[in-house]
Design a protein around this ligand. Sequence first.
Ligand SMILES: Nc1nc2c(c(=O)[nH]1)N[C@H]1C(S)=C(S)[C@@H](COP(=O)(O)OP(=O)(O)OC[C@H]3O[C@@H](n4cnc5c(=O)[nH]c(N)nc54)[C@H](O)[C@@H]3O)O[C@H]1N2
Ligand SMILES: Nc1nc2c(c(=O)[nH]1)N[C@H]1C(S)=C(S)[C@@H](COP(=O)(O)OP(=O)(O)OC[C@H]3O[C@@H](n4cnc5c(=O)[nH]c(N)nc54)[C@H](O)[C@@H]3O)O[C@H]1N2
Ligand code: SF4
Ligand SMILES: [Mo]
Length: 704
Amino acid sequence: MPATVHHRACHLCEAICGLRIETDGDRILSIKGDPADPLSRGHICPKAVALQDIHNDPDRLRRPVQRIRGTDRWREISWEEALDSTAQRLVEITQRDGVDALGVYLGNPTVHNYGMMTHQKNLFRHFHTRNRFSATSVDQLPHHLVSLWLFGHKSLFPIPDIDRSAYFLMLGANPIASNGSIWTVPDVRKRIKALRKRGGKLVVVDPRYTETAELASEHLFIRPGSDALFLLALVHTLFADDLVAPGPLGAFTTGLSELAAALADFTPEFAAAHTGIEASTIRRIAQEFAQAGAAICYGRMGVSTQRYGALCQWAIQLLNILTGNLDREGGSLFTLPAVDQVSSIGPGGFARHHSRVRQLPEFDRELPASAMAEEITTPGTGQIRALFVGAGNPVLSTPNGRQLDAALAQLEFMVCLDPYLNETTRHADIILPPTSPLEHDHYDLAFHINAIRNTARYNEAVFAKPEGTLHDWEIFTELGNRVAALLGQPAQPVTAPHEIIDMGLQIGPYSERQGSVHALTLDKLRENPSGIDLGALQPQLPDRLQTADKTIDCATPQALADLDRLRAAFSAGDSGALRLIGRRHVRSNNSWMHNYHRLVKGKERCTLLMHPQDMATRGISDGDRVHLSSRAGSVTVAAEASTGVMPGVVSLPHGYGHGRPGVRLHTAARHAGVSCNDVTDDLALDVLSGNAAVNGIDVEVALA
Ligand SMILES: Nc1nc2c(c(=O)[nH]1)N[C@H]1C(S)=C(S)[C@@H](COP(=O)(O)OP(=O)(O)OC[C@H]3O[C@@H](n4cnc5c(=O)[nH]c(N)nc54)[C@H](O)[C@@H]3O)O[C@H]1N2
Ligand SMILES: Nc1nc2c(c(=O)[nH]1)N[C@H]1C(S)=C(S)[C@@H](COP(=O)(O)OP(=O)(O)OC[C@H]3O[C@@H](n4cnc5c(=O)[nH]c(N)nc54)[C@H](O)[C@@H]3O)O[C@H]1N2
Ligand code: SF4
Ligand SMILES: [Mo]
């Protein structure tokens, strides 16, 4: 029988590579990159091939399971029973204790699964709880806030236009391992090499000599957590050395003199004392950046998930704006996606209410994930008694995971929408497993917004939906309808996700209605399963700005107010303690790619990288087991000597720690590792944004 070829985007990371998947009946014969995909051009990484392992994994749940009361044992139950009893418990508890008694945590795969994005409201429209959390606050929250403040919308991200750039200053990102983030840039290696080949420069600022730094023209070590000083010193230098030249942006940019005054004491000398980067180097980089013609400043996880994450992201955009590199070809540009969320969903809001226990600010109706455990364990009105977790593993992915682990055990009811029995879902009463990714269709609602080129692509499911299974969006809809019935309300009419996308396309910027030659509809995308190219990113300002007065105000009040905190912290001096940072590997993905043999085989990856100098002073040798500890907790792990980390810095990947009892991940159990977030601290925050500081916390290391 001839093989059937399916086109399908990989949804595992933000690069959204196009794939060609060959099947024979229900067997996958091969998974390859799709050279006809206008965005990814045939690129894939080793994880794409593991899509078949997810699909075939015997540990993946196919039916709902319920915990046998008071035990760690589970029984399969029918969908009717699972959905009825979940709806009933959610209604019971919220009617008794108020709607805030329901907590919700949504994890990273939510944004890689468009049905989850479009249909979660079918359930949550009934529960407007303040206790909503997501992976956003251990990740990109500062990016959203800065976009909201400067550009008027949480999702208006400036996207590095690497293919046309001459100078790239990159902080706290390792796209060679991560394949890019808030920057959908498949095949980034080729693009960096092309930048270098045409004489462009890549400067990487990172406490580790990363896989990306290996490709750079220059790498600068920086003391973790001190980037805000480095970045603000660059901005300071633009003013001091008369390098401010916003170009056309000047017509709608305000607040420059106030900004210059506020940054007067953030000198290169002050930064040098704390970052480890010399003042003369900072001045040189400011000059190079301003004079490059087309330059990009970009920073990701390492500068978001640290104590000054929002200030870092703010300063990064100030550099782009003040040098005229925002909205410039070869600088950073806004996208114009085919289904345009910027024009169709609200701009987002900040600090409209605060968490009950620690008074941390909401963003976009979500509270910081670092507050979740205390909101479960602290008695009083508004205490979380029931928890809904969808596509998340916060026990391994949020700070002080052990504390959350213990808190989850105190809940009255917990339900998880997840295909696995893992470190988080093991605490559930009911687990609702969705269809496998290859059993549902796919449109990337989230990541076209961040892509280096405007493209659109829709893919049909590779396999038919098996009897007796439900998609994520159907589970939300079914639960929502049951809740509605219990509350005496009408059910929601069923509109499938692809119908919503079709409507979005038909009113979007490439629709016939808007006079576009592309005349996009879902049918047109169906006829072009490798995707349709909508062209390179274009300058769009000031039209695309969503601020009320169509200006960019650089004197952001919230950021200016936070400068005192920064100044005070660094004026107090450095404890000199070891600082913990994370690390990603191309064969891993957060906490849930360790159950597939082809991704975990080979050398152990969950090790603590340490500079030989720091090992020697503690009597530690390569391979020794060490105690890594902080205020929050400790783990025991093998130390690995590396001159690739800066002295004073240790690095441990996150997403491991699969050795907990009751977890049903047979391959992951053999590569269990330890959880980095057993050491990170729920009290270590970027106070301004509420984002977790999982990077740059003070730790101690001693021989075990
Ligand atoms: N120390 C430290 N901590 C970190 C980070 C770090 O760098 N260092 N990184 C942070 C970042 S950037 C992120 S995004 C978070 C991630 O944090 P989380 O989103 O909480 O964790 P994941 O590991 O992505 O867990 C994904 C879960 O979704 C399930 N899943 C997978 N696909 C689907 C699906 O299609 N449907 C459903 N319903 N479930 C699915 C998986 O089984 C798994 O349980 O971790 C953060 N935590
Ligand atoms: N293979 C793989 N790919 C992934 C993921 C994965 O887990 N594995 N996760 C996906 C997700 S959810 C995300 S959000 C993205 C993240 O994408 P990236 O942000 O590109 O990935 P990271 O590897 O977390 O890069 C963070 C870098 O910051 C550095 N760093 C740590 N602290 C500091 C600091 O204080 N200052 C500076 N300047 N640098 C610092 C680290 O050494 C590291 O090199 O990756 C996505 N892609
Ligand atoms: S880089 Fe790898 S994991 Fe990411 S989308 Fe492409 S193939 Fe999938
Ligand atoms: Mo992330």
